[in-house]
Design a protein around this ligand. Structure first.
Ligand code: IMP
Ligand code: MG
Length: 170
């Protein structure tokens, strides 16, 4: 399938550093737990935490909602849960892209029910136009209007994740 470059690796690097600096500033002295939503988040997560200048802890959660289609199935299931106790902790949930908001709101509820003291959300890409469920993104890398994106962890049917830039799939 054809692809059109949307966000270059240089632009991603610059923006990720800015997000890391902002989160570091906001969580100074708090040692937050950063929780990445697998699999799409891997490169963003790895780049983000290495640009931070405060101590953090890290864990991952995995949820399934998409099949091989471009649209959400409407169902979310946690298939790998967090392992570090989040009770009483400051948690920052790290997501690659927020589309309908379904995945994120489900996972946010899951973490709140585990007693996280505070919960903020950081997403590399916000597709705000398509939001069905109200989730507020505290740290947003890029806002896009439409299109299906691949690269830098984002896949279409498990393809294209390894690409270093973000492109629109035609
Ligand atoms: P939501 O539950 O509809 O917000 O969908 C969020 C999840 O769907 C993300 O974590 C991605 O895994 C996937 N997703 C949504 N939009 C895209 C896209 O444009 N490219 C690749 N994956 C996407
Ligand atoms: Mg994802």
């Amino acid at each position: 399938m054809e692809r059109e470059l949307l966000i270059s690796r240089e632009a991603i690097k610059k923006r990720v550093k800015e997000l890391a600096e902002q989160i570091s500033f906001d969580y100074e002295g708090k040692e937050p737990i950063l929780i990445g939503i697998l699999n799409g988040v891997v490169f963003f997560f790895a780049d983000l935490v290495r640009e931070m200048n405060i101590p953090i802890k890290m864990d991952f959660i995995r949820a399934a909602s998409y099949g091989s289609e471009k649209e959400s199935s409407g169902k979310v299931r946690v298939t790998k849960d967090v392992e570090i106790p989040v009770q009483g902790k400051s948690v920052v949930l790290i997501e690659d892209i927020v589309d309908s908001g379904l995945t994120l709101s489900h996972i946010a509820k899951n973490l709140e029910s585990k007693g996280a003291e505070s919960l903020r959300i950081c997403a590399l890409i916000d597709k705000a136009e398509r939001r069905n469920i109200d989730v507020s993104i505290d740290y947003c890398g890029f806002k896009i209007e439409e299109g299906f994106l691949v690269g830098y962890g984002l896949d279409y049917d498990e393809k294209y994740r390894y690409l270093p830039d973000i492109s629109i799939l035609k």
